[in-house]
Design a protein around this ligand. Structure first.
Ligand SMILES: Nc1nc2c(ncn2[C@@H]2O[C@H](COP(=O)(O)OP(=O)(O)OP(=O)(O)O)[C@@H](O)[C@H]2O)c(=O)[nH]1
Ligand SMILES: [Mg+2]
Length: 333
């Protein structure tokens, strides 16, 4: 999954990038900054402890620190799967809500421009119609993520890389400690995106410490966990992503998939042959598996037991994959 960090100039984008990647000493000269990392997932750690595979593979996240809205920045933004809006609320940045609205308007303006160009080049009446519908919404300042589209329409739109269609979250960076701060409350009430509130200066100090000391230091500042952990835990849902797992002696692995995707799409993620030759799939939810495993001596027996009592289902290619499903595909090529 590719995530782009966006925000106005000097809003603290690179600071957030460094916090999320734990790369505090990365030279800021390289632009754009790109870092690939594993998304931590305690469910995968559990599965690995049970199956003891030769290899454990997490879902990968590529974080991009995007330098503003220059032409190259914009081209890069279009290729992102999701966005993080950086909203500063420190120093002279004193109105986060206005800041967010301005940023959203900026993105919508770029979309209007892209939409106008795309309408000129549209290669079918359907696409042209769809783009005009988008343009009407954008002209009324409605982001494309808010308009109702069929599954087909959403798919064909995704190819254009419209910024306001991308799943997004907000990181609000504040050193304000007042719980009942008026601007902060106003922001929380009027903004509809998922928000992570952080204090970047403190988080930077935490990162300078040895990993073992971080938790204690967080507690001192009333922070539950370092931002990177909070981010890993909440990264999937707001971005409309689900993760399914494949397990075995060779590899335990997490796979990212769009929310609402079918088992055949999940199969294609693992291998195109599996999608092509799809027969059926054995599926059990992570929590169900864990529950059954607690009552039997081995994972193999757990799966057998689950099949017997119906917790493990045999499904066809139209099954909608749920976050946390453990899947075994049966195929024939
Ligand atoms: N006081 C304070 N300063 C901050 C905070 N976050 C960032 N800064 C400072 O703001 C300046 C800009 O931060 P960057 O992270 O480089 O911002 P940026 O958005 O990457 O900037 P550009 O890439 O130039 O657009 C730096 O001098 C940071 O030290 C914060 O939470 N509090
Ligand atoms: Mg920067």
């Amino acid at each position: 999954m590719k995530i782009g960090i966006v925000g106005q100039q000097s809003s603290g984008k690179t600071t957030i990038f460094k916090l999320l990647t734990s790369q505090i000493n990365m030279p800021a000269s390289a632009k754009p900054l790109i870092w690939t990392m594993d998304i931590k997932d305690s469910r995968l750690d559990f599965l690995a402890s049970v199956f003891k595979p030769k290899k454990l593979t997490y879902v990968k996240l590529e974080l991009n620190d995007i330098p503003g809205f220059s032409k190259s920045g914009l081209a890069l933004l279009q290729t992102m799967d999701a966005l993080i809006y950086v909203i500063p609320f420190w120093g002279s940045f004193n109105n986060p809500l206005k800041y967010l609205l301005d940023l959203q308007s900026e993105l919508i303006l770029r979309d209007i421009e892209m939409c106008e160009n795309a309408i000129k080049k549209a290669d079918s009446p359907q696409i042209s119609e769809l783009l005009k519908k988008c343009k009407t919404s954008l002209d009324e300042s409605i982001p494309l993520s808010k308009i109702t589209l069929t599954e087909e329409e959403e798919k064909s739109l995704r190819g254009f890389g419209f910024l306001s269609q991308k799943p997004s979250i907000v990181i609000l960076n504040t050193d304000n400690q007042e719980k009942d701060n008026k601007e902060l409350l106003n922001f929380q009430n009027k903004n509809t995106l998922p928000v992570l509130v952080i204090n970047a200066s403190i988080e930077l100090e935490i990162l300078e410490l040895e990993p073992d000391d971080r938790v204690t230091y967080c507690k001192e500042f009333g922070i539950e966990k370092p931002i990177i952990d909070r981010f890993s835990e909440t990264a999937y849902a707001p971005f409309k992503l689900a993760v399914f797992f494949t397990v075995g002696e060779d590899e335990v692995r997490g796979w990212q998939i769009a929310t609402g995707a079918k088992a055949s799409i999940a199969a294609g993620k693992v291998h195109s042959d599996i999608e092509r030759g799809f027969i059926k799939a054995d599926i059990i939810g992570f929590e169900d598996f864990k529950k059954v495993l607690a009552t039997v001596p081995s994972p193999a027996i757990a799966l057998k037991t689950a099949k017997g009592n119906g917790l493990l289902q045999v499904v066809d290619k139209d099954y909608i994959v749920k976050d946390g499903d453990i899947i075994e595909f049966k195929f024939n090529v």
